[in-house]
Design a binder for this molecule. Sequence first.
Ligand SMILES: [Zn+2]
Length: 106
Amino acid sequence: MCQAHWSDLRTALDERGLTHLISTSAENLVERMESKEDQGFDPLFSASIEIMAAALRDGGLALLQSDKCPLCEAEKSVRGLANDWIEGCSDDQLRRAKELGLAAVN
Ligand SMILES: [Zn+2]
């Protein structure tokens, strides 16, 4: 994922109050995945997987074999799609965090 879209995704998760659940490093991510308290949930990691899965459905395996940003590719095919994916998968992470009791329900 390109820097601009990575940053947009982080902002969308931050707007949903999920920043405290994002791993601070690769080591931290592994710890979180194994932690009972965090229930293996990291919204940024989970959102990137979701975006990659959506890109694979739409763009096929060719995308995996390149280092193209899935969101830039989505945006090229449909204007506004990258933002829809970011907002949609960030909403999914908020829902999941609430289900896990990791985010305030309001
Ligand atoms: Zn991009």
